[in-house]
Each structure stands twice: as C-alpha cells, then as structure tokens.
Ligand binder design. Structure first.
Ligand SMILES: C[S@@+](CC[C@H](N)C(=O)[O-])C[C@H]1O[C@@H](n2cnc3c(N)ncnc32)[C@H](O)[C@@H]1O
Length: 247
C-alpha cells in the first residue's frame, strides 16, 4: 500500500486528510521509499521509482485523446448514436480515461474501482474536472459518478451497458505504458479477476456488455461476441442479447 506524502512547499492538510480517509500512513517524501501517493493542494498522483500516474481529465494528453479515432470506436462499441446516449456502468474504472471519453461523448457513466487509492484519485479527478475552466470538461465531469467497490459485489442497473477493461496481461509495450501497468498491477496485488468479472457481467440484467481486449488476446468468457471492433492495438468485443422486460 502506498504511503501518503505531501507536495513539497504546499500545505500538507489535504494529504493528511487523504491518509486518514484511506487509512494509509502519512510520511515525508524524502524519507519514503517505494510507492507513494503524492497529494498537493490541487494535485495528486501515485509515484513509484520516478514514474508518476495520475487521473486527470483536463490534461493536454486527455485533450489530445478526446480528438482521436479511438473515441469514435469506443462510442460505437457501447451503442452510441446521435439520438441515443447509453448509460454506462464502467466496472473497471482504473484511471477513468475511457469513462471520461464516454462522458465527453454524452453518456452518463458510473465508474466502479476496487482499489481504494485509485477510486480516491478518480473521485478527486472528477471533482477537479467539475471546476475546470473548459466548459466541455465540466459538462463531462457532471456525467460521472465514482464508486469505490468491487464491481462483483454490486448489481448493474438493467438499462446500462457494462464496460469491462480488465487488467491487461503482460505484453510488449512502450516502457512508460509498461511501468504504468506494473504500478496498477502492484496496487491490485496482481489479482486478475477478469474471468469472474466477465461471469458477473453476464449474470447482470443488461442487454449489452463491451469488453476491451488487447488486439490478439483470447475472448474473455465462453460466449462469442455479437461483433468486434478492431483498432491498432486493442479491440472491443461487443456482447448483445434481448432480455425479457420482467428481468
Ligand atoms: C486496465 S485498468 C482500467 C483502465 C480504464 N479503462 C482507463 O481507461 O483508465 C483495470 C482496472 O480495473 C480494476 N478492477 C479489476 N477488477 C475489478 C473489480 N472486480 N471491481 C472494480 N474494479 C476492478 C483494477 O483495479 C484496475 O484499476
């Protein structure tokens, strides 16, 4: 578990509050080795061996991603149409990047994240985005809700589309992406629950489940997707079915 430290030269009040809320130790940046949650007055990130990971929706990287072709594919995968903005149940919140894209496309998104420190970062990022100077970022943030929980303990509402992006398996990747994935896996205790998560999703009363997978990874679960949308490095497997109204 990370130790919480404050940003040098800034008030430690928010960092101490985070440590208390997450029941984590509070330390000083200089004296702490290993994973730290660095909390400033208006910023927060996880840091391990010089690699920083943050949930931030107002960043240049996110602005860039909002304009990418990936978004169009993600939107199509969840069934987004000009007159149809599905409600999304993102069962693997992570750093909220896919969720933010979907919220930016007009969907109401509930994000569920089981690692408390990631759920905290997500919640802070949504709160920061809610007071962004950019109208579009504020509007997207207003469509996002964060739940700190294991998705498998909850029931997804009938009218939602379940979105799953389980932990990526180890693959050849750019060094920075690899380090970020390693940090997320470290936090999740390397527990890959994608198979049981899929089963949970299939047991929910929803008509559409979208699973993000590395392009060449095997299908999650035992059912063939209704269709697949392929990008350069990832694909979206789309599972659809009709449910009785009484469900
Ligand atoms: C690959 S990341 C998701 C990245 C996310 N789509 C994004 O755009 O930032 C997978 C995340 O799912 C979370 N996760 C895995 N199983 C979960 C579960 N059963 N309930 C909630 N979160 C889960 C992990 O802790 C991890 O943060």
């Amino acid at each position: 578990m990370p130790t919480v430290v404050s940003v040098q030269g800034e008030s430690p009040a928010r960092a101490r509050e985070a440590a208390e809320q997450l029941a984590l130790e509070f330390g000083s940046y200089q004296d702490t080795v290993g994973l730290v949650l660095v909390v400033g007055e208006t910023s927060a990130w996880l840091e391990l061996d010089g690699v920083k990971v943050a949930a931030q929706f107002d960043s240049a990287a996110m602005q860039h991603r909002r304009k990418g072709g990936h978004n169009e594919m993600l939107g199509r995968a969840v069934g987004l149409k000009a007159d149809q903005k599905p409600l999304i149940w993102d069962a693997t919140g992570g750093l909220g990047r896919d969720a933010f894209i979907l919220a930016d496309l007009g969907c109401q998104v509930t994000l569920c994240e089981r690692v408390p420190v990631l759920a905290w970062l997500l919640d802070q990022a949504v709160k920061a985005a809610a007071v962004s100077g950019t109208d579009q970022v504020r509007e997207a943030a207003a469509r996002m809700v964060v739940l700190a929980a294991d998705s498998k303990t909850l029931r997804a509402p009938t009218d939602t589309v379940i979105y799953l992006d389980p932990m990526f398996p180890e693959r050849k990747k750019a060094a920075a992406v690899k380090k970020e994935a390693a940090m997320l896996q470290h936090l999740a205790d390397r527990v890959d629950d994608s198979a049981s998560l899929w089963q949970w999703a299939w047991d929910q009363p929803v008509e559409r489940i979208v699973v993000k997978r590395p392009l060449r990874a095997p299908i999650l679960g035992h059912i063939r997707p209704a269709h697949t949308l392929k990008g350069k490095s990832v694909r979206f497997d789309v599972f659809t079915r009709r449910l009785e109204h009484s469900v």
